[in-house]
Design a binder for this molecule. Structure first.
Ligand code: NAG
Ligand code: NAG
Ligand code: NAG
Ligand code: NAG
Length: 221
């Protein structure tokens, strides 16, 4: 009996994953939290602010099929929150979509803040650190793990992000090797989706046709 239930659940989960192109829905808890995934220590929020380009991700419902994804972290000094603005280009709709969220650093008393944020997009608000910065050098790369419980269920949605300060990730071997290691050790590479950041695709607006300047020929000799 138990075996059969388990198999059905496993089948259901694999259908969910398969039908959703790498959208990771899992039974149980945020597994990497208990698996001891590393998190940045002595996190420096000020250095982390600004724009990041998404290089890779696990697919997420709200980002489905979007390319050219960027995320901008902005400090709201007045209320001590961080504003997150995610933007992505839908090739199908030929338009950008954007999403705004807020975040704050998870800051348990008596401990220096690590790279754990509490991020809230939309109406569902969370109290828990659901956004972990696994590693970053602030100036080139960041690797992020997220995990959120699905309301009223025993399932979670996990996220993986590889972010870069530039549309193309640095090719510095020391960094790319480290990122490959983290990805292969803690994430599921076969579920990772690459983001197209090609300039011709990601331009904000279709380039206006330049108005041809009047052609003035020098007078014939
Ligand atoms: C999830 O975590 C809770 C609290 O730690 C625990 O009671 C529960 O058994 C866990 N569930 C699974 C499926 O691992
Ligand atoms: C914080 O302040 C900013 C800018 O004034 C505002 O847009 C945002 O909604 C505020 N966030 C919260 C959680 O109050
Ligand atoms: C956050 O935690 C506090 C204290 O544990 C609790 O009172 C509050 O309801 C929680 N809020 C949410 C949105 O879970
Ligand atoms: C990215 O988009 C450009 C422009 O549409 C396209 O030419 C290119 O093949 C795409 N790259 C990948 C890896 O899909």
């Amino acid at each position: 009996m138990f075996g059969e239930t388990y198999l059905r659940l496993a089948a259901l989960v694999s259908i969910l994953i398969a039908s959703a192109h790498g959208y990771i829905v899992k039974d149980g808890n945020c597994s990497l939290v208990s698996a001891g995934i590393p998190v940045v220590t002595n996190f420096d929020l000020q250095k982390y602010l600004g724009r990041w380009y998404e290089i890779e991700r696990y697919e997420q419902d709200f980002l489905r099929d979007l390319e050219c994804v960027t995320v901008e972290y902005k400090d709201n000094v007045e209320n001590a929150t961080i504003e997150l603005k995610t933007k992505g280009y839908s090739t199908e709709k030929e338009a950008y979509a954007s999403f705004t969220g807020t975040a704050r650093v998870y800051d348990p008393l008596g401990k220096p803040p690590g790279g754990k944020l509490i991020v809230n997009y939309g109406i569902k608000s969370s109290n828990e650190s659901n956004y972990w910065i696994v590693d970053t050098d602030y100036t080139r790369f960041s690797i992020v793990y997220t995990c959120m419980q699905i309301d009223g269920s025993e399932s979670v949605i996990e996220g993986y992000w590889m972010l870069s300060r530039t549309p193309e990730l640095t090719e510095e071997l020391q960094i790319t090797e480290k990122l490959e290691f983290l990805k292969n050790t803690y994430f599921i590479p076969s579920h990772v989706r690459s983001t197209n950041q090609t300039e011709s695709l990601c331009r904000k607006e279709p380039e206006k046709q330049p108005v041809p300047a009047a052609l003035i020929l020098p007078p014939l000799p």
